[in-house]
Design a protein around this ligand. Structure first.
Ligand SMILES: CC(C)(COP(=O)(O)OP(=O)(O)OC[C@H]1O[C@@H](n2cnc3c(N)ncnc32)[C@H](O)[C@@H]1OP(=O)(O)O)[C@@H](O)C(=O)NCCC(=O)NCCS
Length: 146
């Protein structure tokens, strides 16, 4: 596959994918919040690009004692090529800059792709938040120790 470049996500990047967020990436939680996150000094978002096209993005938020993974999404046409793994490795490196000891996340129990991705990288399940998603599905809480 062609070279995957990781860069900090800019507002220009956001506007480039704004119209295709729901169709090409995911039924994304809230584009408006994503835009606000880019302006928040406690969050860092990255994009993965192939030939200048954005094929994925991901972000973390610094919560003083920990870092939380806010999102990690690969374009539907580019999945299962290792792009999320590259982004996750990059987020782990970025997290080290905050001098925290662990990275936290929560993921829908039904999201097997994401759970596999995180487990493969060494994230461990540390808890369950019952019926967290739409009052139906549990959230799986996972930690990665730096
Ligand atoms: C989860 C997601 C980010 C994975 O992206 P990706 O670029 O396809 O992931 P990778 O190619 O790096 O896959 C890494 C590992 O994740 C797991 N995985 C990825 N897709 C999977 C699938 N469809 N089924 C089962 N496991 C899967 C596998 O263990 C895979 O390793 P392998 O290919 O060696 O078996 C992608 O499916 C996605 O964008 N989903 C929608 C958004 C989302 O749910 N994000 C996570 C919650 S915030």
């Amino acid at each position: 596959m062609e070279e995957i470049i990781i860069e900090n996500m800019t507002l220009k990047d956001y506007y480039n994918i704004e119209d295709v967020l729901k169709t090409e990436f995911d039924n994304f939680w809230n584009p408006k919040i994503l835009k606000e996150e880019l302006e928040n000094k406690y969050t860092k978002y990255i994009v993965a690009k192939i030939n200048k096209k954005i094929v994925g993005f991901a972000g973390i938020k610094y919560n003083f004692s920990t870092v939380e993974i806010m999102n990690i999404v690969t374009n539907k046409n580019y999945r299962r090529k290792g792009i999320a793994t590259i982004m996750l490795n990059n987020l782990i490196e970025l997290s080290k800059e905050f001098n925290v000891s662990k990275i936290e996340l929560e993921v829908n129990e039904k999201n097997i792709s994401a759970i596999n991705l995180y487990q493969k990288k060494g994230f461990k399940q540390v808890g369950i938040r019952k019926k967290y998603y739409n009052g139906i599905f549990d959230a799986v809480l996972m930690d990665y120790f730096l």
